[in-house]
Design a protein around this ligand. Structure first.
Ligand SMILES: Cc1cc2nc3c(=O)[nH]c(=O)nc-3n(C[C@H](O)[C@H](O)[C@H](O)COP(=O)(O)OP(=O)(O)OC[C@H]3O[C@@H](n4cnc5c(N)ncnc54)[C@H](O)[C@@H]3O)c2cc1C
Ligand code: FES
Length: 308
């Protein structure tokens, strides 16, 4: 099958894009920005783990949109420019009342560097929500594990499970190179999550990786408080970190969903630029498009060796 070139992909993409107005946009940590758009179509429909493709209108470089996870959604806020999190986990708006969608991005390349110049009142093009999102696990204890900018896929899942499922506690483990990279950690605390941080340089939280942090929580008896308590992991971050977390979970017999951040060109299944090697139930593997069959997969289904 011929692979579409970038202009064909761009043409196909233009079908589903809508323009939305930016209402707030500020740096929240080192090289990390938070963007709020007035976009009821995405805010009402987004489920935890879904993403949107974003473009800066009337710009040809980069030509293709970039995927960003939907970080959070809000109803009509008294002050839409305030980042202050809702007071309690239960105070989330009904889906039909939602109006604003937030994205958090790390400045990495062309799109994210250009995006930092956008101001409130400017327009941005979005297509979403896209992807499968997380399956809602039936579990007593959900452990969310983020590396780098991976926290963006996890906030809504943690809050959603605490509010609408038998899950009685959600532990959030977040690892970064240093403490200056954590932005708006208070969102996770306000959502009722038990927050634990790890930094490679030891500047904040546990010194080491998120695996060191998981080991410490396990040793302290924080991961399984009762023998019959079920624990499930959901994870997002760099591939090597997700591979390690998935292995960590497997050795303990725990289910682990991972949200892949493979580069994407179209976001809607036509270009095959986003494929990941996924093992099926028979043990053979095939490439799966992370944009429409993911980005969330069972960690044990990913052939991590082939991903590297
Ligand atoms: C489902 C999903 C959700 C995501 N959510 C977020 C989010 O919430 N926040 C966030 O900050 N990021 C997120 N990302 C990652 C983000 O889309 C990328 O970092 C994106 O490339 C940034 O665009 P850019 O133009 O700024 O950088 P780019 O110019 O695309 O480059 C970004 C970096 O990736 C490298 N790179 C680019 N293409 C490739 C490739 N094909 N193979 C290997 N390396 C490559 C570049 O060298 C550079 O270091 C998500 C990705 C996916 C798939
Ligand atoms: S990004 Fe084009 S098929 Fe997935």
């Amino acid at each position: 099958m011929p692979t579409p070139d970038s202009s064909q992909v761009s043409l196909c993409q233009s079908a589903g894009f809508q323009q939305a107005t930016i209402v707030a946009h500020e740096p929240i940590a080192e090289a990390t920005w938070r963007l709020r758009v007035d976009c009821p179509a995405i805010a009402t429909a987004a489920r935890p783990g879904q993403f949107a493709m974003l473009r800066i209108p009337n710009r040809q470089d980069p030509l293709l949109a970039r995927p960003l996870a939907v970080y959070d959604v809000f109803a009509d806020l008294a002050d839409p420019t305030s980042w202050r999190p809702p007071a309690a986990a239960g105070s989330q708006p009904a889906p039909t009342d939602r109006r604003y969608a937030d994205f958090v991005y790390a400045v990495a390349g062309k799109f994210t560097t250009s995006a930092t110049a956008l101001r409130p009142g400017d327009a941005i093009s979005l297509w979403g929500p896209l992807g499968n999102g997380f399956q809602r696990p039936v579990t007593d204890h959900l452990v969310l594990v983020a590396g780098g900018i991976g926290q963006t896929a996890l906030l809504m899942l943690g809050r959603d499970l605490l509010a609408h499922s038998p899950t009685s506690r959600v532990t959030f483990c977040w690892g970064a190179r240093h403490g200056g990279l954590f932005g708006h950690v208070e969102d996770f605390r306000a959502a009722g999550l038990d927050v634990h941080l790890a930094t490679l340089d030891g500047s904040l939280g546990t010194q080491g990786t998120v695996i060191d942090l998981l080991d410490r929580l396990e040793a302290d008896g924080n991961l399984a408080r009762r023998e019959e308590e079920t624990t499930t992991i959901a994870c997002c971050g760099p591939e090597k970190m997700m591979a390690a977390v998935s292995r960590w979970a497997t050795t303990r017999g725990l289910t682990c969903q991972v949200s892949l951040e493979t580069p994407m060109a179209c976001g809607i299944g036509i270009c095959f630029s986003c494929v990941a090697p996924v093992i099926d139930k028979q043990g053979s593997w095939d490439y799966r498009r992370t944009c429409i069959e993911g980005p969330v997969f069972d960690g044990t289904a990913i052939d991590w060796e082939a991903m590297a």
